[in-house]
Design a protein around this ligand. Structure first.
Ligand code: NAD
Length: 270
């Protein structure tokens, strides 16, 4: 084997490493957990839903190493217990992907305080709790990678997503501040800001009450959310998972405080 291919394998090899993925019960989180397991990592799949167990089951079926935890990321004690469980089960924590989130699609004038609190609790406080609990362990270990999932909503001005967009912009800023804090301790912090991906979060816009898909509505939603896309193909969960894996692995060792945008060119900031 050439030196280049040895270096390539080592850069993405997560054998012997341990990773937490929140919101791993479906969508981008499930795909990310599966990709990390395929790269050799032991994965703690965390979710508020039964989906965490299903994802861990899927990984185990392919001989990967995974455990599931039911975690509500809005509860700091549960997030701390999740990090403790990873360290206890795997003996270490190399990366955490703070991916769990929820969305609200109301006009600002109609957005009730309780709904604003709900979105900020999951999308911002949940990510903060994950960062805080993982930072303690990683700082003590002198290494680690935190990847937070934001959205291209941080670059675009999308109507009817004010709570979601605010929470995601705050997540991006959290990543930069924390990168500056933790960099000297060997811990990297980055953000992935995906474009529109069909997942349970987005497909509910065109799913009928009986669970079937409204194809006309689906085409309309995809057309609306893909406006401005430069590439011909839409972004898929795998594209996001690959960006996350890059940032969490040795290949991304010079990346910290950065925002990576797997979004088909829908936004192109500096
Ligand atoms: N799908 C998209 O188009 C898109 C675009 C940009 C960014 N994102 C971001 O990607 C991430 C994943 O989104 P997705 O589309 O896969 O969504 P999804 O709804 O399919 O998955 C989100 C997961 O988070 C879990 N979750 C929700 N609240 C939780 C809580 N309080 N505690 C623990 N788990 C909780 C859900 O049960 C679900 O399994 C999110 O951060 C989302 O904002 C998605």
């Amino acid at each position: 084997m050439s030196a280049a291919s040895t270096s390539l394998r080592a850069a993405y090899d997560l054998a012997g490493k341990a990773v937490i993925v929140t919101g791993a019960g479906g969508g981008i989180g499930r795909t990310t957990a599966e990709l990390f397991a395929a790269a050799g990592a032991a994965v703690l799949c965390a979710d508020i839903s039964d989906g965490a167990g299903e994802t861990a089951g899927l990984i185990s079926e392919t001989s990967g190493q995974a455990v599931a935890a039911r975690v509500n990321v809005t509860r700091q004690a549960e997030v701390e217990a999740m990090v403790g469980m990873a360290v206890e089960r795997f003996g270490r924590l190399d990366a955490i992907v703070n991916n769990a989130a929820t969305i609200s699609t109301q006009l600002t004038a109609d957005l009730e305080e309780a709904e604003l609190d709900r979105i900020l609790s999951v999308n911002l406080k949940g990510v903060f709790f994950g960062c805080k609990a993982a930072a303690r362990v990683m700082k003590a270990a002198g290494s680690g990678s935190i990847v937070n999932v934001a959205s291209s909503a941080i670059d675009l001005a999308l109507p009817q997503t004010v709570a979601y967009s605010m929470s995601k912009a705050a997540v991006a800023q959290l990543g930069k501040c924390l990168a500056a804090e933790l960099g000297p301790h060997g811990v990297r912090v980055n953000t992935v800001a995906p474009g529109f991906v069909i997942t349970p979060m987005t497909s509910r816009h065109f799913t009928k009450a009986d669970g079937s898909i409204d194809e006309a509505k689906k085409r309309q939603v995809i057309a609306e959310l893909s406006r401005g896309l430069v590439l011909p193909e839409p972004t898929e969960a795998e594209d996001v998972a690959h960006a996350i894996l890059f940032l969490a692995s040795e290949a991304g060792r010079q990346f910290t405080g950065q925002i990576l945008r797997p979004n088909g060119g829908i936004s192109m900031p500096w």
